[in-house]
Write a protein that binds this ligand. Structure first.
Ligand code: GDP
Length: 466
C-alpha cells in the first residue's frame, strides 16, 4: 500500500472548522474528563482518522511550537502519547504548558476564572430577621457574624410599644474572611408583634420584600445594568418563641403571606428554655402545622451524589434539625480551659456552639457555609421570577386595556361630527374599512368558486349517469 503523506498543519489564521472541531472535542474528551485509556485511544483514533493515517500522524507530523496557533493544529497533529497526556484536574491558568500538554485547550480553568472574578467583585447577602422583641434576634445575629450590629439600639418603653407600628431597619456590614468580602445586610423589623393590634405587622414585611423586587426589576430594565445593587431579601429568619405549644395564628398569617416571596427559615429562639424532649415535640408540632396549612418553607436542595460521605451526613443532619432551635450569646466563657461562646447559669453553662445544647452551629453552617449561594439562587430563580412574571403580565394587561380605550375613544370621536378627529385616526379607520371590504370580496369570490366547482361536479356526474 502506498504511504500517504501526512496533511500539512493548519494555517495560522484558519478558524476551527467542523472537522477541526471534532479534533478539538476529541482532545477534550481525553483530557478534560480524565477518562480511561479506552477513551484516550478513541481520541487517538479520531485524531488519526482526521490525519488520514495513524502511523504517519504519529511519526511524521511536524511539531508546532508556535503558541498562537497551537489549539487546533496541536490537537490535530498530536500523537497517541499526547492524547493520553491529561492536564491536571485543576490546571494552573497562568502558565499552561503547551509543549507538554498538546491537548490542553485551557477552558478547564473557567471555574478558576469565575472564582477569581467573583472574589474580586465580592458578595452580597441580605437577611431579614422577623420576630417579636426579646426573642434573642439581635444576640443571635451578632453571634452568627461575630459583629456588633446593634450598638446604638434604643429600647422603647411600654407606652411606645403599645402605640408602635412595625418599622424596617437596615444595617449593613462588610465582612472579610480569607480575602473574600461579604456585604451583609440585616433587615430588622423592630416593633413586629409588639402592638396590641399586630395584624398589619406582616404587611410591612411583604411590602418591603416587594419593594426590593420592584427596585431590582426597574434597575434591570434600565440602561445601567452593570452596577445594579442587589437588595433583594435572600433569606428570612423567622423567630418562633419557645414558650408556645406550636405556631400562633399570627405566625401562620405572616408565613402564609411570605412563603412565596422569600426563603423562610424557622428558628426557635432562646431554646435553652426547653429540655430536649420539649424541643423535639415543639419542632414536630411546628412541622405538622406547616403541613396542615400547606406552607412550604425553604426547600433544601438534594445533595449531589458525588459529594463525600461527610458532606452527605452533614446535609442529612441539617435537614433533620429544621426548625433550628438556637441559643445566642455574645459572652465568651471559659469551660474546661477552653474559651466558648455561652450563657452562664447558676447550674451550669450553656455552650452555644455545642450541638447537644443548641442548633446554633447547624444554622451557621447552613446559612453561611453551605447554602448561602443556594438561597441567593432560589431568590433569583423562583421568587424573583414569580414577581417578574406577575409584573410583565400586569404591564401587558395594562397596555391592552389602554389600547382598547384608545380605540374606543377614536371610534366615538368619528361618530360625533363635531369632534375633531386626528388625521392618523381617520386614515387608520379608512384602512380598517378597506381591509374589511377586501375580506368580504374574498369571501364572496371563494363562495362563487365553490358553487362553480359544485356545478361542474354535478355536470360530470350527470354525464356519467347518461
Ligand atoms: P431581640 O429583641 O429579639 O433582638 O432580643 P435580644 O437579642 O435583644 O435579647 C433579649 C434578651 O434575651 C437579652 O437579655 C439577651 O441577653 C437574652 N437572650 C438572647 N438570646 C438568648 C438565648 O438564646 N437564651 C436566653 N435565655 N436568653 C437570650
Amino acid at each position: 500500500m502506498k504511504h500517504q503523506p501526512p496533511p500539512p498543519p493548519l494555517p495560522l489564521t484558519q478558524p476551527p472548522s467542523l472537522s477541526g472541531g471534532g479534533g478539538v472535542s476529541g482532545g477534550v474528551a481525553g483530557s478534560g474528563s480524565g477518562s480511561s485509556s479506552s477513551s484516550s485511544s478513541m481520541v487517538a483514533n479520531a485524531i488519526s482518522s482526521l490525519n488520514g493515517n495513524a502511523n504517519s500522524a504519529t511519526s511524521s507530523q511536524p511539531t508546532n511550537n508556535n503558541h498562537n496557533n497551537n489549539i487546533i493544529s496541536s490537537s490535530r497533529g498530536s500523537s497517541f502519547e499526547a492524547a493520553k497526556c491529561r492536564p491536571p484536574l485543576y490546571p494552573k491558568p497562568k502558565t499552561p504548558s503547551f509543549d507538554k500538554d498538546r491537548d490542553y485547550i485551557g477552558f478547564a480553568t473557567l471555574p478558576e476564572q469565575v472564582h477569581r472574578k467573583s472574589v474580586k467583585r465580592g458578595f452580597e447577602f441580605t437577611l431579614m430577621v422577623v420576630g417579636e422583641s426579646g426573642l434573642g434576634k439581635s444576640t443571635l445575629i451578632n453571634s452568627l457574624f461575630l459583629g456588633d450590629l446593634y450598638k446604638n439600639r434604643q429600647m422603647p418603653n411600654v407606652e411606645e410599644r403599645i402605640e408602635k407600628t412595625t418599622r424596617v431597619e437596615k444595617k449593613t456590614m462588610d465582612i472579610e474572611e480569607r480575602g473574600v468580602r461579604l456585604r451583609l445586610t440585616v433587615v430588622d423589623t423592630p416593633g413586629f408583634g409588639d402592638a396590641i393590634n399586630c395584624e398589619d405587622s406582616w404587611r410591612v414585611c411583604t411590602s418591603y420584600i416587594d419593594e426590593q423586587f420592584r427596585q431590582y426589576f426597574t434597575d434591570e430594565s434600565g440602561l445601567n445594568r452593570r452596577n445594579i445593587q442587589d437588595n433583594r431579601v435572600h433569606c428570612c429568619l423567622y423567630f418562633v418563641p419557645p414558650w408556645g405549644h406550636s405556631l400562633r395564628q399570627m405566625d401562620l398569617d405572616l408565613i402564609r403571606r411570605l412563603h412565596r416571596k422569600v426563603n423562610i427559615v424557622l428558628v426557635i429562639g432562646k431554646a435553652d428554655c426547653l429540655n430536649k424532649q420539649e424541643v423535639r415535640k415543639l419542632k414536630e408540632r411546628i412541622l405538622q402545622d406547616l403541613e396542615d396549612n400547606h406552607i412550604q418553607l425553604y426547600q433544601f436542595p438534594e445533595c449531589d451524589s458525588d459529594e463525600d460521605d461527610d458532606f452527605k451526613q452533614q446535609d442529612r443532619e441539617l435537614k433533620a434539625s429544621i426548625p433550628f432551635a438556637v441559643v445566642g450569646s455574645n459572652t465568651i466563657l471559659e469551660v474546661a480551659g477552653k474559651k466558648v461562646r455561652g450563657r452562664q447559669y447558676p447550674w451550669g453553662v450553656v455552650n452555644v456552639e455545642d450541638p447537644e445544647h443548641s442548633d446554633f452551629i447547624k444554622l451557621r453552617t447552613f446559612l453561611i457555609s453551605t447554602h448561602m449561594q443556594d438561597l441567593k439562587d432560589t431568590t433569583q430563580d423562583v421568587h424573583y421570577e414569580n414577581f417578574r412574571a406577575q409584573c410583565i403580565s400586569q404591564i401587558s394587561q395594562h397596555a391592552l386595556r389602554e389600547r382598547g380605550k384608545l380605540k374606543r375613544d377614536s371610534i366615538s370621536s368619528t361618530n360625533g361630527f363635531d369632534a375633531a378627529i386626528s388625521e392618523t385616526d381617520r386614515l387608520l379607520l379608512q384602512k380598517d374599512e378597506e381591509i374589511r371590504r377586501m375580506q368580504d370580496m374574498l369571501t364572496q369570490m371563494q363562495e362563487k368558486l365553490k358553487q362553480t366547482h359544485l356545478m361542474e361536479m354535478k355536470k360530470n356526474d350527470s354525464v356519467i349517469d347518461v
